[in-house]
Design a protein around this ligand. Sequence first.
Ligand code: ADP
Ligand code: MG
Length: 354
Amino acid sequence: MSVKLETRGLGKTYGQFVALQPTDIQVREGEFLTLLGPSGSGKTTLLQMISGLVPPDSGQLLIDGQEATHIAPGKRGIGLVFQSYALFPHMSVRDNVAYGLRMRKYPKAEVSQAVDDALAMVRMEDFAHRYPNELSGGQQQRIALARCFAYRPSIILLDEPLGALDKNLREHMQLEIRRMHKELGATFIYVTHDQEEALTLSDRICLMNRARIEQLATPEELYDRPATRFAAEFIGHSNLLQGQRDGTGHLQVEGQRLDLTGCAGHQAPSAGTEAFLLIRPEAARLTDPAAGLLQGTVDECVFLGSDTRALVRLPSGNRFSVRCSRDLSPRIGDPVGIAWDPTRATLLPAQAVS
Ligand code: ADP
Ligand code: MG
């Protein structure tokens, strides 16, 4: 797949403060790429430099292989959608959607057709004559999307567009945005701090932390094989067992000597080094104490709707979360073993743990 957009060392500082370290990223044609990370990690800064609204102070931007770092925002072929809908209150839905096309001096008949198409795309054909204050928040956001889609930009940047919607509507709109992305065939770069949203929507996720990229990978890779402790803890639930490697392919942890054979991230034996073993709650199971790789006692059971989590107190005092089925949930105080499939565990070197 060809590269649609590329940054080379693109960075931004405000005075002494680094908002984004020099960053290299390649976005593929037609891809849905999500910038995911905590508040303040530099997501909006990166997006705004791609849009041209914020000038970078280092590096380069290429669009379709062409230097675009200093091209005016309106001439980049990029559409933008923000959390605040920024619709014009005194204009009808139709005029709001047509606004950008009229500004760009499209012929009348073309404007009319493009507005019809964009409203159909967001399933708002029947609302063309309403005014923004006659629409719900979700409907207003659909109109903001239609306004962006109407002039068919080949790159669409979305900054937390569903942030103001409640959970059910947000989940519905996520599926709608995924459909729209497929139908438009444009390259989407989407900002969110919500990991579930990122996992639902993305072809790839660019996880950001402290003004830089922590890991760029598919949702499956990021979840199954996080490269750092930050990635492991930001996405999903994780158990991290800290221990010492012993030079024979074992990790000394919780008074046990765990065989690392089959674990991802486990290479040549290196004695004495600190490491973390990551095991997701759904990769672990409860067993008889004697059959477990680790032993502990059940401390708490948490009902999550789709399943139950048993929190097992380990000898160190740390708790280990295990997914169990509702009808087999254990009793508090029960001594249990914990077992897992080693191929679903990941060894993280201590230096990747910040
Ligand atoms: P995110 O979108 O991930 O929440 P931002 O990219 O908006 O983060 O911001 C990254 C960091 O840069 C934050 O600490 C923010 O306060 C700082 N920052 C952003 N814009 C400015 C600005 N105009 N002046 C000073 N600092 C800024
Ligand atoms: Mg932001």
